[in-house]
Design a protein around this ligand. Structure first.
Ligand code: BEZ
Ligand code: FE
Length: 287
């Protein structure tokens, strides 16, 4: 029997995990073992600290549901999600940059027409967000679906509201022949990430600001193009420089201009003051 010592345990564990049939799994697991052991050695991890970490992971799993993604939140606040996004989306600088998906996207949003209202009577300042979807050469990308979601003026996403049975502040808009789109909604506000779980508990023991700047999420997946998951952030919003999930980028900041009651971008009229923002998304072709 080979004696297991403090000095050889890492190599023994690496050898075991190197037997994974899938070479990529073997690469991932052996590197993970090495880094975990290095971490434990570097900080001289105590048994109490190891147990606290296990309990934190257990609590993170226990609070997670199909609507609450506490592990994604953990990854986001550690900066891991954004690192993975940056490494995997090294796009042309002319293309709209990607940012984190976040834990609140819901599949199957209703399809709305140009400038149809996804806020459906919810309280808030009306916002028309419109522009075009183009490729790097400036050609319009027609018939593309923009999957859009956002929080309400209290900072709540649909998935955080119990017993809701219809889509709330989320919709799919399709670009027209000239690549144009128009989202009609209410202006989002900055909000706190969920602080009532293990992630919030950990953050509350630091000086970290747990807010996100006002933003709207977009998922644009068009065949032949790099998929784009991104947000648009309101210019001048609080927390642009301290986003708790590291998701902001200057290219994604857009002005929400104040408008008087009157004509709207879809040729209609509105009787209350509203906000207008124009933004052209640029997709990069695959390959
Ligand atoms: C969001 O913007 O929806 C979000 C992203 C990451 C963590 C929490 C919320
Ligand atoms: Fe969000």
């Amino acid at each position: 029997m080979q004696p297991v010592t403090e000095d050889n345990i890492t190599e023994l564990a690496v050898q075991r995990w190197a037997t994974a049939g899938d070479p990529r799994l073997a690469e991932l697991m052996t590197a993970l073992v090495r880094h975990l052991h290095d971490f434990a050695r570097e900080v001289r991890l105590t048994e109490a600290e190891w147990m606290a970490a296990v309990q934190w992971l257990t609590a993170t799993g226990q609070i997670s549901t199909d609507k609450r993604e506490e592990f994604i939140l953990a990854s986001d606040v550690l900066g891991l999600s954004m690192l993975v996004v940056q490494m995997n989306h090294r796009l042309d600088p002319r293309a709209t940059p990607a940012t984190v998906l976040g834990p609140f996207h819901i599949e199957g949003s209703p399809e709305l027409g140009y400038a149809e209202d996804m806020s459906d009577g919810l309280e808030g300042v009306p916002l028309y967000l419109h522009g075009t979807l183009r490729d790097l050469e400036g050609n319009p990308v027609p018939n593309a679906v923009l999957d859009v979601w956002q929080a309400d003026t209290e900072g709540a996403y649909e998935s955080q509201i119990p017993d809701i049975d219809e889509a709330r502040l989320r919709a799919k808009y399709t670009t027209r022949e000239d690549g144009s789109y128009c989202v009609r909604t209410i202006a989002p506000l900055g909000y706190a990430i969920p602080m009532d779980g293990p992630v919030g508990n950990l953050i509350s023991r630091t000086e970290i600001s747990y807010f996100r700047p006002a933003h709207i999420h977009f998922l644009i997946n068009v065949p032949g193009f790099e998929p784009l998951i991104t947000h648009l952030f309101q210019e001048g919003s609080d927390y642009l420089d301290s986003d708790v999930v590291f998701g902001t980028k200057q290219e994604l900041v857009t002005a929400f201009e104040e408008r008087e009651p009157g004509p709207t971008p879809d040729g209609g009229t509105i009787e209350v003051p509203w906000l207008e923002s124009t933004y052209d998304f640029v997709l990069q072709r695959q390959g």
